[in-house]
Design a protein around this ligand. Structure first.
Ligand code: M6R
Length: 624
């Protein structure tokens, strides 16, 4: 979603803010803007399009200031255009705000403020925040408590923000400037992530760590309902009741190199090629070969509780949901625990039946997805044990779940999830062994799964070395406008994931389907212009997949197959074959997804698209 960055310190704010915006651009990129306080005035520049447009608009302007806020937008209320871009200001240009989230009662608030004479210039929900603060700043001193400003007769900056926040319903990550307090920035969060980077005589506020990591590795995570008053040499955090809160300073586990492209044309390509390493990182220190057991330190506190669990519900969205579906197959087959996988966005609105013996597992790369967070909160309220499989250390879901396992995949910047997905599958395999060995899984099975899992990075390297072949196939099929992706059992979710990848970065219509379901409808679409992709390794459903391929071939459909190395038969049925090494059936998804990520990538770039920033998408979806 939107990205927020704010700076207060001893350096020039504008270059730091623009650099932060560039790093946050993957979160949203339909427009961008910046406000600083220069010579006692708020100066704001906004531009539609990517951050480079804003940079061009600023051009030679000096923007000399040691304090400022900036924003990159992913439109929710009001189309992408300059006037709807953030920052938004009040009527007099005294207050400037950037906002991530949704103000649900903005129409009601806007109406009340308009009746009081406030003039709005945008169609956004966010603008009400600036006018509310203005309104409280103007209130007669006699109607308020101690928080008064002698100059404006209303509440001081902090008081006005606090009163405004009390009226807002919805979610927000906010950074706010007041020209009457040129040395202070106020930030606040409710349901939208916000971190405060603590530097030497400076603070950088951002909606995620990628805008902070090059300046400091010390951060303060703001919790929901907290507000921080930040100046160059100090910060204070208050809750909604205006009570001072003591905050801990944590250490970021990312480094700057991880957040750069390192010679690759795109983050997506870099992250695809990083998978042998990110998978090894997900396993590191977690495999105990001698007793065929996974060592999961993050679950230590709930180990006994997990022995009693008789049901698992996995909640997640998008690619993380597809990983959850594969987890369902693994956990049911090898740990013997019934599993349901739910879109978090649906789960939160159902009346799920949960009890103490149910574990609800959130899978999320960002750890900030609004629906997944809401689902976990709902599960907690209902007394379930909540666990997280999360990539971003210190993220909200990681902090709010009872226990969890970090992916250790490093920052994933490309909007299309790649290495986070395979690290999620790695963790799900470890979890399966862990829970299975707590139950009936034999030592031999535990050892076998773990030793095959350890070979996965090597197998992926082998697939990646065939990158050129995959590129050729991508070129051959790049001009088709529709695809059917199919797989069965463990690889049905891979069909969903492959179709999602090509849809989101190549804008090609693709449907993921369980291959057994194909003849119940989608086969009607098949002709020579509608190719299919079959994920058909040599596994327990291989013959079934071959039958499906024959049915497609009989209708003149072209077929790309993902098959096991050495399978000669498959080329009789498929027009093009991409081979993957042999592994355990439950681990084939970890290999089969790699060519599908590359296919989507190469189709996307052959069409000239910006695959790291596909249209209409944002990396982490922090609004409903
Ligand atoms: O951060 P999360 O894993 O919770 O994000 C969930 C989805 O938004 C995400 O996987 C999305 O589907 C990706 N863009 C897919 O590549």
């Amino acid at each position: 979603m939107c990205g927020i960055v704010g700076y207060v310190g001893k350096k020039e704010a504008a270059p730091i803010l623009l650099d932060g915006l560039r790093r946050l651009e993957y979160r949203g990129y339909d427009s961008a803007g910046i406000s600083i306080i220069e010579n006692g005035k708020i100066v704001t520049v906004k531009a539609t399009g990517k951050v480079v447009e804003l940079q061009n608009k600023i051009g030679e302007k000096k923007m000399a200031s040691k304090i400022g806020i900036a924003h990159t937008r992913w439109a929710t209320h009001g189309k992408p255009c300059d006037k709807n871009s953030h920052p938004h200001t009040d009527c007099k240009g005294n207050i400037s705000i950037v906002h991530n989230g949704i103000i649900e009662n903005y129409l009601e608030l806007k109406d009340q403020l308009q009746k009081k004479g406030h003039k709005f210039t945008s169609e956004t929900d966010s603008e009400v925040v600036a006018h509310l603060i203005e309104e409280f700043s103007q209130k007669p001193a006699s109607t308020r408590g101690d928080d008064r400003s002698s100059t404006r007769g209303g509440l001081d900056f902090r008081g006005a923000v606090l009163e405004s926040l009390k009226l807002i319903k919805g979610t927000y990550g906010l950074a706010i400037l007041d020209r009457n307090c040129p040395e202070q920035m106020i930030v606040a969060r409710l349901g939208s992530p916000l971190l405060l980077g603590v530097g030497k005589d400076e603070f950088i506020v951002a909606s995620d760590a990628s805008a902070i990591v090059q300046y400091t590795d010390k951060v303060v995570y703001l919790e929901d309902g907290e507000m921080a008053v930040v100046s160059a040499d100090n910060f204070e955090v208050f809750n909604v009741k205006n009570k001072l809160i003591k905050k801990e300073i944590s250490k970021l586990d990312w480094d700057i190199e991880q957040a750069q492209k390192n010679g690759y044309a795109h983050f997506m390509l870099k992250e695809t090629f990083e998978q042998p390493e990110s998978i090894a990182n997900a396993m590191r220190g977690r495999i105990s070969k001698t007793d065929g057991m996974a060592r999961l330190g993050g679950l230590r506190d709930v180990e006994e509780k997990l022995k009693d669990i008789n049901r698992i519900i996995i909640v997640s969205c998008g690619t993380s949901y597809n990983a959850g579906l594969i987890g369902e197959y693994m956990l049911e087959e090898y740990a013997g625990i019934p599993v349901e996988v739910e879109y978090a966005s649906e789960f939160r609105y159902r009346k799920p039946l949960l009890d103490k013996r149910t574990a609800v597992i959130a899978i999320s790369q960002s750890g900030e997805t609004a629906d997944t967070l809401a689902a976990i909160r709902e599960a907690k309220n209902k007394g379930a044990l909540t666990l997280g499989i999360i990539n971003t250390v210190g993220s909200t879901i990681a902090r709010e779940t009872d226990a969890g396992i970090y992916n250790h995949a490093g920052p994933e910047i490309g909007v299309a999830s790649t290495k986070a997905f395979t690290s999620q599958l790695t963790i799900l395999t470890l979890l399966t062994v862990f829970l299975g060995r707590q139950r009936d899984m034999s030592l031999v099975t535990g050892k076998r799964i773990l030793s095959e899992l350890e070979k996965i990075p090597k197998h992926i390297n082998e697939i990646l070395s065939g990158d050129k072949e995959i590129k050729k196939i991508a070129k051959k099929y790049a001009n088709f406008s529709d695809f059917l992706y199919m797989g069965r059992k463990y690889n049905f979710p891979i069909a969903l994931e492959g179709a999602l990848k090509i849809k989101e970065i190549s804008y090609v219509h693709a449907e993921g389907y369980a291959s057994g379901e194909m003849k119940h409808g989608p086969i009607a679409l098949i002709d020579e212009n509608f190719p299919s992709l079959f994920v058909a390794p040599r596994d327990s459903v291989y013959e079934k997949n071959i039958s499906g391929m024959q049915e497609i071939k009989a209708r003149s459909g072209k077929i790309i197959a993902i098959a096991t190395k050495g399978d000669k038969e498959i080329s009789k049925h498929a027009s093009d074959v991409i081979y993957i090494p042999k592994t355990l059936e439950m681990l084939t998804p970890l290999l089969a997804v790699i060519p599908l990520q590359l296919l989507a990538y190469y189709v996307g770039i052959s069409k000239g698209y910006d695959v790291d920033k596909p249209r209409n998408l944002a990396k982490s979806v922090t609004v409903e």
